[in-house]
Ligand binder design. Structure first.
Ligand SMILES: *Cc1c(COP(=O)(O)O)cnc(C)c1O
Length: 384
């Protein structure tokens, strides 16, 4: 282990090979619905929020090597930052939020493609196409029932009635987004599917896209021509409550700073948020909410000593800015020493479990991963 790693309170390993493997897994899951013909659906990637905190400039090239040619970011600024990392001339970077007012030309000159969400954005993009006397590529987003981004049924009808509204625009893709894809039992998934079919039918004939990570697992009807997973690529289980079809990507380890014995009745940490019910031994670990290790995991969550994976070590008391405490009483005395690394997320305690313990979802845990961890990127086999 290099010196910088020894100096850090926490070590974050990001397995890029596992990202590529998850990409290939998703490519294998997607398919045409029965009895339909046409090309195999393709798999894009959401790399917004710096590839969910994992570093888009490292993740995108790995996905490109795995065959990915469509990269979704949220903001224009993210697209500009990502552009040098995406090298294949066939690849496109698509900006989910579209051009902020007055930036259509910047977006175009940066070599990005906007997702057009509103009539205002449509007007700006059309105007640029007119000035440049070219048809500019764009993704059209329609709102199929989430009431977030995209044009509503009335706006879609207007466009259908007046094709001049798309002058200067080459529709590269028509897309929409699902509100409840992670809860397959709710009826809104089917309702959004039908609304999307209906709305997209009155727009120019272009490839269509509806599903992100969880939507892929609703079945082939939701796959259309292109799927746009993010979270599943990064190891978040897209099928909550069922075994994960994807491999873990991150491993987060914290260094033991010191251990101590505490008597029964001793309060531990800020606010006395934990009181020992038995004579206990605790280990203080060098990561905290200042690393994005969510404070809501206080008195929840489980750490694991990798050499003793069968013994869960509960997080006790409140998470501090730079440290947290775990109960090591169930391990043999002397087993845990200063300097040792303990898993907070790893092969035995998953990202999803840590997120659940913190009262949130893997997405938020990933995008909160702090800048203070010593980061290592590996292309070796995923952690098993
Ligand atoms: C974030 C996002 C995605 C990716 O979603 P995951 O659930 O992470 O797979 C796809 N499409 C849109 C419009 C998004 O905002």
């Amino acid at each position: 282990m290099d010196v910088a790693a020894q100096w850090a309170g926490g070590i974050l390993n990001i397995d890029l090979q596992a990202v590529a493997k998850n990409y290939r897994t998703l490519c294998q899951v997607i398919q045409r619905p029965d009895q339909t013909s046409g090309p195999h659906p393709i798999c894009a990637a959401a790399v917004k929020a710096d590839a969910y905190g994992l570093d888009a400039s490292l993740v995108a090239p790995v996905l490109e090597d795995a065959g990915c040619r469509h990269f979704f970011v949220a903001h224009l600024a993210e697209g500009v930052a990502l552009r040098p990392s995406v090298k294949n001339p066939q690849s496109s970077i698509l900006v989910l939020h579209g051009p902020p007012p007055g930036t259509a030309r910047d977006l175009h000159e940066a070599g990005l493609v906007p997702v057009i969400n509103s009539m205002e954005q449509l007007a700006e993009w059309r105007a640029l196409g007119r000035v440049l006397e070219r048809r500019l590529p764009a993704v059209l987003q329609v709102d199929s029932g989430m009431a977030r981004f995209g044009m509503n049924a009335g706006e879609v009808a207007k466009i259908a009635a007046d094709p001049a509204l798309l002058d200067g625009i080459r529709t590269m893709l028509v897309m929409s987004h699902l509100a409840c894809a992670d809860t397959p039992e709710v009826s809104s998934n089917q309702a959004q599917l039908e609304a999307f079919r209906h709305l997209s039918a009155s727009l120019p004939d272009a490839p269509r896209s509806l599903a992100a990570s969880s939507g892929i697992f609703l079945g082939p009807d939701w796959h259309f021509d292109l799927v746009r997973p993010g979270a599943a690529l990064y190891g978040v289980n897209p099928t909550p409550g069922k075994p994960s079809p994807v491999s873990p990507v991150i491993r987060l380890q914290a260094r033991v700073i010191q251990t101590r014995a505490v008597p029964r009745g001793q309060a531990v940490g800020y606010g006395g948020g934990f009181v020992a019910r038995r004579p206990s031994r605790i280990a203080l670990l060098g990561i905290g909410y200042g690393d994005g290790f969510l404070r809501s995991i206080s008195n929840q969550g489980t750490a694991i000593l990798p050499s003793q994976p069968d013994v869960p070590l509960p997080v006790i008391g409140r998470v501090s800015m730079d440290s947290l405490a775990v109960d090591i009483t169930d391990l043999e005395d002397g087993r845990v020493r200063a300097g040792e690394l303990i898993d907070l997320i790893g092969p035995y305690n998953t990202l999803d479990a840590a997120a659940t313990a913190a009262g949130t979802i893997g997405y938020e845990f990933l995008t909160d991963l702090g800048r203070r961890y010593h980061r290592t990127y590996t292309r070796n086999d995923p952690l098993v």
